[in-house]
Design a protein around this ligand. Structure first.
Ligand code: ARG
Ligand code: GLU
Length: 713
């Protein structure tokens, strides 16, 4: 009894160890690690119903959608994901005449669906622990280089053997910083077509202002369809392909959500770093993130200025701007969050306990005694290279003409027998590059970014070109930009296309003499030879330390259940629908409604324009079957499941296995969770599936799509 009481008190005091909401779990391990926790929270499904090797299970409805997640919602290959995940596709089909970003797109019939070359989606067929096969006979004292090559060879062989003679693809990924390995057998579909997307004023309502924020009112969804050959197998696009029949699709629930309901999320979280030492957190919080934030602030303001002035630039840069702004805002939230929870201090406290425990155990002490001090030294050594790398990638390499011109090295290096094929690739790439490229905008960025690198990075890490700018242009970056953009062919679509069309081996000189190419090779060449080798060497050393520290934490700090860091593989997280205390005196409730959209409406601000039709439906309260018991249309809700980037588009599944929502964001307060999990204020933000259906049905009139779904009343 005393013991139970002690555990209970401990749970009350220590949120870190007893809460079920932390963790993104490997689906095959749910049975052994999580099933009872999930059921305690209200889940009525068994682990076998969630993931099964032999029978169809929930996992068969979940796909990796180009780095996001998507899920099947009909037996005809219909898939829902986020608007921001389909954004690239919606944008690439958009022109000034057919502006699907602004007006939305709906295929009334299957033959109106738009093909999306290059887009693939993949299903997970099975997951197998192959750790022992990969690590058999790999001794701890093997050199890193040796270890790396043995491990990589084995991973490759397992991949090859596991799918030989099938149409499946395989990948082996490392888990727990390289202490474990899992095989994923995948089925990859390449004929995926765009079916529907609301206008941006719904799909991205609130835009970058509301991004990472709660309360939220974004109708962040889009619809695609997977096509297969007649045998239901993946096939490249063909008009003869037919809608794919998935092994499982999610019924859609109109029952609505209540506070404290169980919720589960399936998806492909991209990257977390929960097990880093305090020295690493310090580098991220105080060096790396601030650099990236500063550089992006500048880049975004330059882009935004031109986007506000011209519709053409707005269309060209909207997708790029959203992507760059997204990470920018996340990093600022991460820094603020780490400061607020004192992430470094929390890590240091854990490290103190760790050191105390190993001090009492000679074997541990021998194995792990120097780990933390080794980390500290390694981070001091890597700091200047980290700084230069962050500045390089966020300033110089962020300039489009520099990146683009640098790519022509590949054309110069092409073997004669490959040249024709390479040229074709370059022609296609040139078209898509220039479609979204504005020379004047990029020229402004060029001057500002080069200047920032020059001013912020230590002189010994300056490529030669900075000397030329000083000597020839008296340090005037604008003048230097003028010279490059006037004289380089890479600033002009016409010139590049003409060049590629008339390309012969003699014309390589034109590339070699081009001022943007010369500059690009100078800066990239400098980075590749003077910074990257040392940076990679130090990172390799850190990888080894991370692997050992991960093993050490699992061995020494046993009060915690360990889930592996996110690595873009399939995971399950779970928790409850609930609100949170934002700041002193502020309690956020768990859901928002269409009323809130009207409250936020601002016809003078493009991020908050409400489409006329939506307003009419609101005024008439024409909500069909999609309103809740209170007569309102719920737009979004929050849960305390552990998610990260890549979980966008992930299904939120109720206790019975029905779809209740589509994940699309996290609150700002929760972004530090990627580095130090703390669930008090962190929430994932979910589109209520009833709002998506309301938009599809009532707003767009796409009843054809509603009819395909299995609706649970
Ligand atoms: N923050 C979300 C994510 O990380 C949504 C991003 C897209 N939305 C936007 N307004 N940029 O992907
Ligand atoms: N919007 C993110 C994504 O694209 C999800 C937000 C998060 O990082 O949790 O995956």
């Amino acid at each position: 009894m005393k013991k139970i009481l002690a555990v209970f008190v401990y749970c009350l005091l220590s949120t870190a160890y007893c809460r079920a909401d932390e963790g993104m779990w490997i689906p095959t391990l749910l049975k052994s690690l999580n099933e009872s926790d999930m059921q305690k929270l209200g889940c009525k499904l068994t682990a076998e119903q969630i993931y099964s090797v032999n029978k169809s299970s929930l996992k068969d409805a979940v796909v990796n959608f180009g780095g996001c997640t998507g899920e099947m919602i009909s037996d005809q290959g219909l898939l829902i994901t986020n608007h921001h995940c389909g954004y690239g596709q919606i944008q690439s089909h958009s022109t000034i005449e057919h502006d699907y970003l602004t007006n939305g797109f709906w295929a009334n019939e299957k033959k109106e669906e738009l093909t999306c070359p290059g887009l693939t989606v993949s299903f997970v067929i099975r997951i197998v622990d192959v750790t022992s096969k990969v690590l058999e006979g790999v001794e701890a004292d093997l050199s890193e280089i040796k270890r790396d090559s043995v491990v990589k060879d084995r991973m490759k062989n397992i991949e090859k053997d596991s799918v030989a003679g099938t149409h499946f693809k395989a990948m082996v990924r490392q888990f727990y910083s390289g202490n474990e390995f899992y095989l994923f057998v995948l089925e990859i579909f390449t004929d995926v077509r765009m079916v529907g997307a609301p206008p941006e004023s719904i799909g991205n309502f609130g835009g970058d202002t509301d991004n990472w924020m709660w309360p939220r009112h974004t109708g962040d969804f889009s619809l695609f369809r997977i096509y297969s050959d007649k045998d239901n197998k993946p096939a490249d696009y063909s008009p003869d392909n037919v809608p794919f029949k998935p092994r499982h699709f999610l019924p859609v629930s109109l029952k609505g959500v209540s506070e404290n309901d169980f919720a589960m999320i399936f998806g492909f979280p991209g990257r977390t770093q929960e097990y880093l030492p305090s020295s690493a957190v310090e580098m991220i919080q105080k060096v790396s993130n601030p650099i990236k934030i500063k550089a992006r602030e500048k880049r975004l303001s330059i882009w935004r200025e031109d986007m506000n002035k011209s519709t053409e630039v707005r269309i060209q840069y909207s997708s790029k701007h959203a992507g760059v702004a997204n990470a920018y805002k996340k990093w600022t939230g991460e820094v603020a969050g780490l400061e607020r929870i004192n992430g470094i201090g929390m890590k240091q406290a854990q490290e103190k306990t760790f050191l105390e425990r190993i001090a009492k155990n000679p074997e541990w002490n021998k194995k792990y005694g120097s780990l933390l001090s080794d980390f500290s030294i390694a981070y001091i050594q890597i700091a200047p290279y980290q700084k230069a790398t962050d500045y390089f990638s966020e300033t110089v390499a962020a300039v489009e003409i520099i990146r683009y011109a640098n790519g022509y090295l590949q054309l110069l290096n092409a073997k004669p027998e490959d040249l024709a094929k390479k040229l074709e690739t370059f022609k296609t790439a040139a078209k898509s590059f220039f479609k979204d490229y504005n020379t004047l905008t990029d020229r402004k960025l060029f001057a500002a970014m080069l200047k920032m690198y020059y001013e912020e990075v230590d002189k010994v890490m300056h490529p030669e070109v900075f000397e030329t700018i000083q000597s020839k242009h008296k340090g005037n970056f604008e003048k230097y930009a003028d010279e490059i953009y006037e004289r380089s062919m890479f600033a002009s679509e016409v010139k590049v296309i003409e060049f590629l069309n008339g390309y012969t081996a003699e014309r390589t000189k034109d590339i070699e003499k081009d001022p943007a190419y010369i500059l690009a090779r100078n800066v990239f060449g400098f980075y590749e030879t003077q910074i990257k080798p040392q940076y990679t060497l130090l990172t390799d050393g850190l990888n080894k330390l991370n692997r050992e520290y991960m093993a050490a934490q699992r061995e020494v700090m046993t009060e915690k259940k360990y889930y592996p860091d996110a690595n873009s593989t399939m995971r399950v997280a779970f928790g409850k629908i609930n609100g949170y205390d934002g700041k002193d005196g502020v309690r956020f409730t768990f859901s928002t409604t269409l009323d809130g959209i009207m409250e936020k409406e601002d016809s003078t601000d493009s991020e908050f324009v409400v489409p006329k039709k939506l307003k009419e439906l609101y005024l008439k309260k024409d909500y069909g079957q999609y309103a809740g018991k209170d007569g309102k249309v719920c737009v979004a809700f929050t849960t305390n499941s552990h998610t990260t980037g890549g979980n966008s588009g992930s299904p939120l599944i109720d206790a019975e296995g029905n779809l209740i929502g589509v994940n699309f964001d996290r609150n700002w307060e929760g972004t530090a969770n990627d580095i130090k999990y703390n669930s008090e204020r962190g929430r994932n933000i979910v589109l209520d599936i009833r709002y998506a259906l309301f938009v599809i049905d009532k707003f767009a009139g796409a009843t054809n799509l509603i009819k395909e779904m299995k609706i649970i009343q």
